[in-house]
Structure formats: structure tokens, C-alpha cells
Design a protein around this ligand. Structure first.
Ligand code: ADP
Length: 486
């Protein structure tokens, strides 16, 4: 008989507001909450990091144990974070000398850290009185769990529990050499091939092979992965019958311009013009920009996938070749060369271009609110949350037609703008089809052209706020996936 209220445990490396690098954290912080509202009891296991959010929160030690990576023994605790903070139970795995650090990723011993985390998380589930109906893993940091539950001797009890892997980003696979095979708990070596992809132990590939279901964060990304998946194409093709794309939602309680405490002023559809103007004014004062000009912003990690390496050149085309009157504001961090190229142009375009290097959640919220356009020249975008936040705050996205951006952003046809009533104008952003510096600059130029059709621009902008990308639909889609196995 089908279980009507499935019990699912999510395993993840990030979860907002506890620890965030990118979109994975936002999804992990929202999906369990919205699943619980849909009568699916959801809990989450993640590493304990040594950060200020966790430090002053109420936690209770619920499990203590040890694990072995080869001959080294690590003791660990599982701490339950009081559910009052996130609205669902979060278990933090604190492994002495491995996870209890400030860094989320990027340590030389990440393979040891995340293998140990996965072993501890699986041991914790194994020790529970009430086993979950589903174990839902997220990205490669949790990709070995579906293998452990099936083939590691100590987890025999878990072998029939369906596992799901959600690929938030297939670029990162976490592969490592067989010299670290001894990190893994003892398993039936008949199945060693399931760990392998092109001669390495590849946790993401392993999860694709071993999990009962593979999901990605948008339907278009799922299709793209069949021919562009950082060497996993053939595998995804052969496993395509168990693959599906489910578009992420956004947490509309957290991301709400009417109540967002991080904004300078709140607004809704009725007072959007004034509300956005006040937030824009603040940004312009803070970053020495001209409030009378349209404001185009970029928020994101400086990595090749995001197209951030082309920003500096595109900006110079905008000002020097096109002579556009526009403000550009960039918030991000990452690649050193990209950062340098964006620093280098500051003097030349003083007063209309500015840059904030670093991670700043509050500033990001203010940028979504105070900008006229948000630029996303991503080469790869599994789902993309920025464009959905942007719509929610009445800011038109300018996007490359790729991945989840294909599923959420539709081009505003300028011919229609000139000829039709506002209700007849399709689209919700500016879309371009090939990522080059020139195309980015041209797309921004089209956006500015639209901006100057003030009547249409303001009328259409009001409509953006009503676009529904909230979680309930996606949370239900995931639950439907689970129900296939219950
Ligand atoms: P990805 O996970 O690939 O980085 P997403 O679009 O899925 O991209 O999610 C990015 C999330 O990270 C958004 O919430 C965005 O606002 C946030 N973000 C990215 N860079 C920064 C930054 N420098 N400061 C604040 N927030 C940032």
C-alpha cells in the first residue's frame, strides 16, 4: 500500500541560512520546508561548519559515534538544530578535525572531509529507530550515499530504501583516485565498477548509476546534459529512463519585496515604482552611480560557467563603442583574472560602473530590488535562481538562452512593444542566443531601448511581480517522484 505521507531525509553540503555558496543552499533551505507543508515529513543532514550562524543557535547532541578512514579514526557528534529556526529538523554532523571548519569547500582534504561526512550521515540514518522512506542526496558531496546503502556491509539495513540524487551542477563531480579507496567503508567488491568513471572514483557518476532516480533542477538542463555534461553524457544517456528535470522554486516568504527586511524600503505591485526608486537611490549613492540612468547589475560567482570573464569587455563595448548611458553594478567573487579585469576598468568608467568583490547577502537583496535589469550571461545554468529572484523584485532579467533560463525567461519582442497593448506583450526579459562580449553588450542595449519606452516598461514591470515561481509546485513534483517508489 502507498505511504501517503512519505518521510524523506535530505543530505546536502549547503543549506541557507546555515551555510551558503550558491543556489544549492537556497534549495536545501526551502525544499524541506515546502515539502513538510505538503504532508511529506522532511529532515535534512549536513556538515557542521564553524560559522557564526551555527555558533549561537540552540542545538542538542542526538548521536555520538566514530568512523574510520583507513587506519585513522574520527569521532563525531550529530547535533539537532532546533526546528524553530528553519521550520524543519536539521542534523549537523560535527566530525572533529574534518567538518568543524569555517570553509565549506576548497580544503586540500575535501575528499576525506566529504567522504567522512557521507559515512557519518549514513551511519546516523542506519542507527535511527524510524528509517526514512526516501534518502534524497544533493550533488557530488553526497553521491556515494546511494552506493553505501546498497553495497556497504554495515548498511545492509538500508539497502531497500530508495535513494534519489539531484544534480544541481554536473560540472562538479568530486572525482578522486583509487589511492583513496580505503576511505570507503567495506563493501562488496563485485560492485567496484559502480564507483568508476574514466578511471577515477567519481561520486556524481556513481550516484547516477546507483540512485533509483536522478533529477536535475530544470527540464532544459536535463536535456542539455545528454550532450554536454562534463564527460557524463553517455552515462546520462544510458540512464535516461530514470532521469527527470524539475524546475526549482524560490522561497517566496524569504524573497518578498513587501516584507524583506534587508531592503531600504519595501514595496508591492501598487507602489513598485516608488519602492524600486528608493532602493535604486541607495545603491547609486553607495556605489557612486547616476540614479537618473537605468541600472543593470550582475550577481554571481566569477566562474567560466557564469560568463563573468566577458563582463569587463562587454562593459567597455557598452560605453566606448555603443555610447550607452547606463549604470553597471557587479557583485561577485571568484576567478582572480576576472576580478582584476573588472577592477581595471573602474577608473575609466567612474560614476557609471561599480564593483563589489565578495559575498554579501544583504547587498544582493538590495540589488535585486534597486536594479532595472539583472544580467546573466551564463554559459551553463542548471536552473538559476537569480532570474527568479529578479522577477519577484520587478527587475527584468537579461539572459543567455540556456538551461533553466530557457524554462523561465522569454524574450520581450520590441516590435510588439511598439504595436500592442501591454497585456499582449509576451515575454518577461531580454534573451540572447550566443555568449560573446558583443552579444552581451547588444542585449543590454536592447534592454535600455525597452527601458526608454517608459509606459510599456513600467506597466510590464508590475506584471513581473505576479509571476509564480514559488516552491509548492516543485515540492509536489518531488513528492510525486518519491511516490513512484512507495
Ligand atoms: P549558483 O548556485 O550556480 O551559484 P544560482 O543562481 O542557482 O547559482 O544561485 C546563486 C545564489 O547565490 C543566489 O541566491 C544569489 O543571490 C547568490 N549569490 C551569488 N553570488 C553572490 C554574492 N557575491 N553575494 C551574495 N549573494 C550571492
Amino acid at each position: 500500500m502507498q505511504t501517503l505521507s512519505p518521510f524523506v531525509i535530505h543530505i546536502t553540503a549547503e543549506c541557507f541560512p546555515i551555510a551558503k555558496v550558491g543556489g544549492l543552499a537556497d534549495v536545501a533551505g526551502a525544499l524541506p520546508k515546502y515539502q513538510s507543508l505538503e504532508r511529506c515529513s522532511s529532515k535534512l543532514i549536513m556538515p557542521y561548519y564553524d560559522n557564526s550562524y551555527i555558533k549561537d543557535k540552540k542545538v542538542e547532541v542526538v548521536f555520538e559515534h566514530s568512523l574510520h578512514l583507513g587506519s585513522t579514526t574520527y569521532t563525531y557528534q550529530v547535533l539537532l538544530l532546533d526546528p524553530c529556526y528553519l521550520g524543519f529538523e536539521v542534523y549537523l554532523v560535527k566530525i572533529k578535525d574534518l567538518t568543524d571548519r569555517k570553509e565549506i569547500y576548497g580544503c586540500a582534504d575535501d575528499v576525506a572531509r566529504f567522504t567522512a561526512f557521507q559515512v557519518a550521515a549514513t551511519q546516523f540514518i542506519n542507527s535511527s529507530e524510524k528509517l526514512p522512506d526516501i534518502i534524497h542526496c544533493h550533488d557530488h558531496h553526497t553521491g556515494l550515499v546511494p552506493f553505501f546503502t546498497k553495497y556497504a556491509f554495515e548498511f545492509e539495513k538500508l539497502k531497500d530504501i530508495p535513494t534519489i540524487i539531484t544534480i544541481h551542477n554536473a560540472q562538479y563531480q568530486g572525482y578522486f583516485g583509487y589511492d583513496k579507496l580505503y576511505y570507503l567503508p567495506d563493501f562488496d567488491h563485485k560492485h567496484i565498477g559502480l564507483l568508476d568513471w574514466y578511471g577515477s572514483i567519481n561520486p556524481l557518476a556513481c550516484a547516477i548509476k546507483c540512485a533509483w532516480k536522478v533529477t536535475t533542477v530544470s527540464p532544459s538542463y536535463m536535456n542539455e546534459l545528454q550532450y554536454k555534461a562534463n564527460h557524463l553524457e553517455a552515462l546520462l544517456m544510458s540512464e535516461s529512463q530514470k532521469c527527470t528535470g524539475i524546475l526549482n522554486g524560490i522561497d517566496t516568504q524569504l524573497w518578498n519585496p513587501a516584507t524583506d527586511k534587508m531592503l531600504v524600503t519595501n514595496y508591492d505591485q501598487k507602489n513598485i515604482s516608488n519602492g524600486k526608486q528608493v532602493n535604486k537611490q541607495w545603491l547609486c549613492e553607495e556605489f557612486d552611480l547616476n540614479p537618473d540612468l537605468p541600472l543593470v547589475s550582475f550577481i554571481g560567482r566569477f566562474v567560466y560557467e557564469k560568463g563573468s570573464d566577458l563582463l569587463a569587455e562587454s562593459i567597455s563595448y557598452l560605453y566606448d563603442k555603443m555610447g550607452l548611458e547606463v549604470n553597471i553594478l557587479v557583485l561577485g567573487s571568484g576567478d582572480v583574472q576576472t576580478t582584476q579585469s573588472l577592477e581595471d576598468i573602474k577608473t575609466a568608467y567612474k560614476g557609471k560602473y561599480s564593483l563589489y568583490v565578495g559575498y554579501n547577502e544583504k547587498l544582493a537583496h538590495r540589488i535585486y530590488a534597486g536594479s532595472d535589469f539583472l544580467l546573466m550571461p551564463s554559459r551553463v545554468e542548471p536552473c538559476g535562481l537569480n532570474q527568479m529572484y529578479s522577477l519577484r523584485y520587478g527587475t527584468f532579467p537579461i539572459v543567455h538562452h540556456v538551461g533553466g533560463l530557457k524554462d523561465t525567461i522569454f524574450n520581450i519582442d520590441m516590435q510588439q512593444v511598439k504595436q500592442s497593448g501591454v497585456d499582449k506583450i509576451n515575454g518577461n526579459g531580454i534573451v540572447f542566443h550566443e555568449v560573446t562580449s558583443w552579444n552581451i553588450a547588444q542585449a543590454v542595449s536592447k534592454a535600455i531601448h525597452f527601458y526608454h519606452h517608459t509606459y510599456w516598461f513600467t506597466a510590464k514591470r508590475e506584471q513581473l511581480l505576479a509571476i509564480d515561481h514559488s516552491w509548492p509546485r516543485s515540492a509536489k513534483d518531488y513528492i510525486d517522484c518519491y511516490k513512484e517508489y512507495l
